[in-house]
Design a protein around this ligand. Sequence first.
Ligand SMILES: Nc1ncnc2c1ncn2[C@@H]1O[C@H](COP(=O)(O)OP(=O)(O)OP(=O)(O)O)[C@@H](O)[C@H]1O
Ligand SMILES: [Mg+2]
Length: 208
Amino acid sequence: MAKPTGPRILAITSEKGGVGKSTLAVNLAGACAAQGRRVVLIDEDGRVGSAVRWAARGGDALGFPVLEPDDARPKLLAGADLVILDTEGRPKRKDLRALAERADTVLVPSGLSALERDATRELVEYLGDQGAAAKVRVVLCRVPPVGSAADDLREELRDAGMVVCNAVIRQYAAHTKAAELGVLVRDVRDPRAASAWADVEALAQELG
Ligand SMILES: Nc1ncnc2c1ncn2[C@@H]1O[C@H](COP(=O)(O)OP(=O)(O)OP(=O)(O)O)[C@@H](O)[C@H]1O
Ligand SMILES: [Mg+2]
């Protein structure tokens, strides 16, 4: 459990890989930093799509530190208001238990497909069984910018007892460009970059 005096710990995890965790982690950290919070992003996934490599591609100009777990020294973290943890997809149950214990908030991004919805439901149920239900928030990700599919799914998940954010992260090519360039989505030259960034800002606001 996080100490009351330490930074708030927000973990991003999902049962399925590739749902947009790292994309969300980097941009959400950027949006929270833009609100004036001292943010540290810890990358607990050393693979190719990871946040550390994202930051390196952009010359470490994201505006907040992105660290590997071994570099996240207690002294450094003590100076932060918010620590965001980006994790590997398909976590092992024991890792998930430890994560739920450590985090103040567990953010579960979910796509809209039936497969992703079922995976999210399973993960949220598991976290509930671990006594972490109050920490869990689902956020719908890679949402088609047109249509009401996300609204329908949000209602469905809420009816099933889940806490689902009002804010959604829409699917825009600007997100992929941001990853390629190693920058925040707001800094991509793309007509939809502002819309993509507005989604992240709305989520940062809602998470408080
Ligand atoms: N909102 C979005 N709009 C468009 N593309 C997106 C969005 N979010 C993520 N993507 C793209 O989807 C792919 C997977 O995203 P990302 O690496 O963030 O997922 P992940 O959940 O961290 O994956 P992994 O489980 O492998 O760590 C990337 O190509 C990324 O650019
Ligand atoms: Mg990732």
